[in-house]
Design a protein around this ligand. Sequence first.
Ligand code: ADP
Ligand code: MG
Length: 214
Amino acid sequence: MLELRDIAKQWDHRPLLAGVNLRVAAGETVALLGPSGSGKSTLLKIVAGLEAPEAGSVWFESQDITNLPPERRGFALMFQDFALFPHLNVQDNVAFGLIEQGVPRHSARERAKVMLERLGLGEHTEARVWTLSGGEQQRVALARALITRPRALLLDEPFSALDASLRDQLRAEFRNRIQAAGMAAILVTHDEQEARAMAQHAWGLQDARLVSLW
Ligand SMILES: Nc1ncnc2c1ncn2[C@@H]1O[C@H](COP(=O)(O)OP(=O)(O)O)[C@@H](O)[C@H]1O
Ligand SMILES: [Mg+2]
């Protein structure tokens, strides 16, 4: 269980988040909807540990992780501009997180290959990432996020750069992967259709507070 308790954050003397509470169970995806500038990304960064809340706390499995640095939370993040490494091939992009965790290079690359095959990218392991299509690059980003077995997955408008048919396909794929991996996931989006396709519950961020939508 991932839990936010009474999170508060201001920006420019304006409350961006005021008393935000949220619970996400393992294997569950919760969508966070709201207009541009409403604070969705800020809330996700607080969960990730990239920004500190002014008040309130972040909990994971009954542990207060508010002051834990991002790399020790075991969460994976995926943003719209997924920031793959252009100088590495597909397989090395995916292996990167494992190598960082101390997995020997050879077995990291082997595991990356298996994950890429599972996501239908087995043909592209040696390719430079910038030669892939947008959808393929987004799958590489998913492979990179999943391979470290994150405890939670934080998605910030992950598909906004893609065309409609590809978005539909990836939404279903991501939903299945998240459920199979048993992760807690938060999906930030301004697209209600996307929220319906992927999440079991949705909250709207309005006037710095979360309102339950469904
Ligand atoms: N570090 C920052 N630099 C500039 N603006 C920020 C920063 N943090 C928050 N803001 C402002 O806070 C508001 C909410 O931003 P954000 O969380 O990115 O909203 P959303 O993701 O819902 O579009 C915006 O008005 C944004 O300009
Ligand atoms: Mg945003």
